[in-house]
Ligand binder design. Sequence first.
Ligand SMILES: [Zn+2]
Length: 106
Amino acid sequence: MNQKFTIKLKIELSFQPQPLICSICGQPILGNQKLTLDHYIPLCHGGLDEASNLLPAHAICNSIKNGHMPDEFEKQKKELYQQALDNWHIKRKDKLIVENALKNMR
Ligand SMILES: [Zn+2]
């Protein structure tokens, strides 16, 4: 994991004027929400630690997607978000992200 590179990319993203869109749930990432970089193809599936494979995502969405491949995640998205909502201890502001993501999937 190239930590320095990831930090640099995070800083660049955080200075972009438009609200960034979470690549996982499609909602904007607001200033008070934690920004992470999602490995589109997960590292555990051979994804690379480089800009072309890194997309902005809410920390909570990134945790929900975890090591899923994009296509398999897409199929199970609703279940995974629902499971997180039902079973995880989620902070209130993250809960809103999860609830809205679920609403958008209906
Ligand atoms: Zn999200």
